[in-house]
Design a protein around this ligand. Structure first.
Ligand SMILES: C[S@@+](CC[C@H](N)C(=O)[O-])C[C@H]1O[C@@H](n2cnc3c(N)ncnc32)[C@H](O)[C@@H]1O
Ligand code: SF4
Length: 374
């Protein structure tokens, strides 16, 4: 079995819950941060044999990892295996000089800063704690502390947002000259408080998203960023190695409540309940999980769907049987896909269709079985 060289670690704590958020998070719980790190490190020990001696990437995501109390956060980062790229997600209002110093001394190489927008009216709709000045201050502190690999997250399709608002947000982001920008279309889950509050406006935004997407790509590529993945842009040599590994279908181990792992043809997801996670690991047991065997066919379908998000061409031999050859020829004729020897990639027009061209390409596949354990 090949050892895994990509590690994701989930930290669920946040100061509060933003209305649009669907990640596994809990508010506050300062008294539980030490216990949670104990549990993460216990899970790491139980799974360590799967990991390579030297990791390529570690990604600490959330939640808000930088909301965690400094002592357990430092203990966690010091105890994780070293890696060539170590990313930490940070919310702007948590980026104090002390936090920056902590991240530097434990070997973090990359910070992903959740700006979302610079427009006060839109930040209020999103129920964000940080304002535009907090984002700028956080960015300056990271630079002062020596971070030369910073990513900014932005959202588009926010209720009340216009194309001019988005243009301004992109301008504000570019003014900071981050090495990487992720720009996501806002997803709002049906039935949530956020969807109830903004339903009509969300529907109006949905009609504009194609134009927003084009505006994002045109603005960022004109500024010299490489559009290397559907929602991701970077300066030369600054792709997210961790995210790239998942888009390329590499195995990864996920630790923490709600975390997903894919290793050697098996996928598992730790259940999202924090109390059960802490209880199991305190008793020396793996946490409750859902297991899903990934067949060869499913692997290839996923490889195709994720691989076509990238500007890097995909080897057809790696997705044999997952695509419909007739559809491939049709997409090529329509100028949505191009062949480069034994590889293919979507053209800019194909990529603007979001997943549309990829869905067209997929051959009919049997569904995976879901097995529940724990
Ligand atoms: C795991 S989240 C959390 C990061 C951090 N706590 C924050 O809020 O900035 C990482 C990124 O996912 C994106 N995101 C979160 N909720 C989203 C949603 N409902 N639709 C689209 N993107 C979302 C945001 O851009 C966010 O920065
Ligand atoms: S801070 Fe980030 S992870 Fe936490 S609730 Fe808000 S969007 Fe979700």
């Amino acid at each position: 079995m090949t050892a895994v060289s990509h590690l994701y670690v989930h930290v669920p704590f946040c100061a509060h819950r933003c209305g649009y958020c669907d990640f596994v998070t809990v508010s506050g719980r300062r008294g539980q941060h030490e216990a949670y790190v104990d549990a993460l490190l216990a899970e790491l020990e139980l799974e360590r044999s799967r990991l390579a001696a030297a990791l390529d990437t570690v990604y600490l995501g959330g939640g808000t990892p930088t909301f965690a109390e400094p002592r357990p956060l430092e203990r966690l980062l010091r105890s994780l295996p070293p890696a060539a790229e170590v990313t930490v997600e940070a919310n702007p209002e948590t980026v104090t000089p002390a936090l920056v110093a902590l991240l530097r001394r434990v070997g973090v190489t990359r910070v992903s800063l959740g700006a979302q927008s610079f427009e006060p009216r839109l930040l209020a709709v999103l129920e964000r704690r940080a304002g535009a000045d907090d984002v700028r201050r956080a960015f300056a502190r990271l630079r002062d502390g020596g971070f030369d690999n910073v990513s900014l997250d932005l959202l588009y399709g926010i209720p009340g947002q216009s194309a001019a608002d988005l243009e301004r947000d992109l301008g504000c982001a570019l003014a900071l000259a981050p090495e990487h920008v992720s720009c996501y279309e806002l997803e709002a889950k049906p039935g949530t408080r956020f969807t109830h509050a903004h339903g009509a406006e969300l529907a109006r935004q949905a009609d504009s998203t194609e134009g927003y997407f084009e505006l994002v790509v045109e603005t960022l590529t004109a500024a010299g960023y490489r559009w290397y993945e559907t929602s991701s842009f970077c300066l030369d040599g600054r792709r997210s190695r961790h995210n790239l590994a998942t888009w390329l279908g590499r195995d990864y181990l996920g630790l923490g409540v709600g975390a997903v792992s894919t290793v050697a043809g098996l996928r598992w997801r730790n259940r999202p309940g924090l109390a059960a996670y802490l209880r199991s690991l305190d008793a020396g047991r793996l946490p409750p999980r859902e297991l899903e065997p990934i067949s060869q066919v499913t692997r290839r379908v996923e490889r195709l769907m994720l691989g076509l998000r990238l500007d890097e061409p995909l080897r057809l031999a790696d997705v044999e049987g997952a695509y419909d050859a007739g559809a491939l020829a049709r997409l090529e004729r329509l100028g949505l896909l191009e062949r480069l020897g034994d590889r293919v990639r979507l053209t800019a027009r194909g990529r603007f269709l979001g997943g549309g061209a990829t869905v067209e390409l997929l051959a009919e596949m049997p569904a995976n079985e879901l097995v529940v354990s724990g």
